[in-house]
Design a protein around this ligand. Structure first.
Ligand SMILES: Cc1cc2nc3c(=O)[nH]c(=O)nc-3n(C[C@H](O)[C@H](O)[C@H](O)COP(=O)(O)O)c2cc1C
Length: 215
């Protein structure tokens, strides 16, 4: 193998403080909030970026970064094009996993659950508050579909701009939000010697159970 592709010598210690059952909030969404706020205070850039993993009905996985835009007891939400690759996967198989990794804190959180679309009214509300350039590119871009050139996309934006009434960009029906309703949330804290802490909440009827997993 080409030496530049050999990453086996890259190694560092994870010196994060520990995570014990007694530290955990009984509500995993509150636990997530605590970790999220700590990550935010450490670095404001891309703290809300998360990997969204979906799978087609045939089981082919597909992962990409999206931005978390709201979260609460109801679920974790992001916005996208419903006709994109992820939209096609979610229409076939409405289950997904979200993954956060916060550098510097040596923490990851995995959130698994079922996914549903947000209401058109909520999507509309969020679309309206986006910068105009983002509205135009979301409306012009048929996400995940091939296009002959960048110029073709730029022309589609110019065309839309000339059509937009009173400066208002209309949200396409194919653009909107999704919400993942968690059934399982794992908190992972890196520790020395790869003796990492892993605590996983699992939804059981109305309550959450917690288990420690081996690293
Ligand atoms: C930091 C970052 C944030 C992103 N946020 C979003 C997002 O919120 N929504 C979205 O549709 N794509 C977002 N993308 C682009 C996606 O990663 C991806 O390219 C796109 O959604 C198409 O994915 P798909 O073809 O698998 O559906 C983001 C990419 C990066 C690197």
């Amino acid at each position: 193998m080409d030496q530049s592709g050999d990453l086996t010598k890259i190694r560092r210690e994870y010196l994060g403080r520990g995570l014990s059952r007694a530290d955990l909030h009984e509500d995993p969404v509150e636990q997530f909030r605590m970790w999220f706020e700590q990550a935010k205070s450490l670095r404001s850039d891309d703290v809300s970026s998360m990997t969204l993993a979906t799978a087609s009905s045939s089981g082919m996985p597909s992962a990409r970064i999206v931005l978390l835009k709201h979260y609460d007891e109801q679920g974790f939400c992001w916005y996208t094009d419903y006709e994109s690759q992820k939209g096609v996967d979610l229409a076939e198989n409405p289950q997904a996993q979200l993954l956060f990794y916060w550098y510097g804190l040596e923490r990851q959180v995995r959130i698994q659950g079922s996914v549903h679309k947000l209401s058109a009214a909520l999507s509309e509300q969020y679309f309206a508050q986006r910068p105009r350039e983002s509205q135009l590119s979301a409306a012009a871009s048929y996400q995940s579909k091939p296009i002959a050139s960048r110029d073709q996309l730029a022309n589609a934006v110019i065309e839309l701009e000339s059509q937009s009434f009173d400066g208002k960009v209309i949200k396409p029906d194919r653009w909107g939000g999704y919400c993942l309703v968690p059934s399982k949330i794992e908190f992972w804290q890196g520790r020395e010697g790869r003796m990492h802490d892993r605590l996983v909440y699992q939804r059981e009827a109305e309550a959450w159970s917690v288990q420690r997993l081996q690293p």
